[in-house]
Design a protein around this ligand. Structure first.
Ligand SMILES: Nc1nc2c(c(=O)[nH]1)N[C@H]1C(S)=C(S)[C@@H](COP(=O)(O)O)O[C@H]1N2
Ligand SMILES: [Mo]
Length: 253
């Protein structure tokens, strides 16, 4: 076991113990010292949310993987949560087969870029069969194909100052991930579901898939990806549209 791993174990055990003995506030202070405060820490979740996130980050820092399944385990029904935006410009792009759609990638990157769907489909593809769980209680297993987010990150040259990646869709459900989850091997941008072009209701032309968090982190109808060093000045400052509806920014499973 490397020194790093045992240090993490120690930290995690320490955080949990401190929380038990002296209350969550002190644990939150320790988490802050290690840069492990989630953007929505001040919300209804408060120090408890911080502890969950910090503990997860320390345990998961080695990049542990979500379970992957076989084709025979793929669900017959794929439910929809948050159907396609009915408004322009989304409907216009959909009618044109997304020929005019572009993904903008900007913020703390060396080479701000836009990509067409064809350009994204020419990038090295990754296929994965994983479980997607909605916070409302239902879930399904599906096969997704797309490009690893880390590949796009290396293309545009993400700055060392970047701490979060923000996903802007055509609707209101924007969200963000920290950099460990952004670089994670199972985080990718999917354009294909169960062997077909991504259906409109499932996020066409491109959506996020992040297998280690609840469904709402897998942002559909992507339009723009921005790298930032803080979430303070993005939206309401809580890292995601989710906290305003009572859900936490970090939704690790
Ligand atoms: N842009 C956008 N992304 C979204 C949503 C949404 O309403 N808009 N819903 C989220 C929720 S709550 C879940 S559970 C999953 C559902 O994905 P699915 O509709 O493909 O099953 O997408 C997530 N991504
Ligand atoms: Mo969901």
């Amino acid at each position: 076991m490397s020194g790093n791993v045992s240090r993490r174990k120690l930290l995690t055990t320490g955080l949990t113990a401190v929380a038990g003995v002296t209350g969550l506030g002190v644990a939150a202070k320790i988490a802050d010292h290690y840069g492990l405060i989630p953007p929505d820490w001040g919300g209804i979740w408060g120090p408890g949310e911080t502890l969950t996130y910090a503990t997860q980050r320390l345990l998961m820092a080695s990049g542990s993987l979500a379970r992957e399944f076989n084709r025979s385990e793929v669900s017959k029904v794929v439910p929809v949560s948050g159907p396609q935006p009915k408004t322009d410009p989304y409907q216009r792009l959909l009618a044109g087969g997304f020929a005019d759609w572009r993904l903008t990638v900007n913020g703390l990157v060396a080479r701000p870029s836009t990509f067409s769907l064809d350009e994204i489909k020419r990038m090295p593809a990754k296929t994965q069969i994983t479980h997607q769980a909605c916070e409302e209680g239902w879930s399904f297993i599906a096969e997704w194909t797309g490009v690893p987010l880390s590949y796009v990150m290396n293309l545009v040259g993400v700055s060392e100052k970047a701490k979060f990646v923000v996903f802007y869709p055509f609707d209101e459900s924007w969200d963000s991930l920290d950099l460990p989850d952004a670089y994670h091997a199972q985080t990718f941008l999917a354009y294909n579901l169960n062997g077909q072009d991504l259906p409109a209701d499932h996020g066409a032309p491109l959506r996020v898939r992040v297998a280690r968090q609840l469904g709402y982190k897998s942002v559909k109808y992507l339009q723009k990806i921005t790298f930032v060093d803080s979430m303070k000045h993005v939206g309401d400052g809580r890292g995601s549209a989710a906290p305003a509806s009572g859900y936490s920014w970090y939704a690790g499973i």
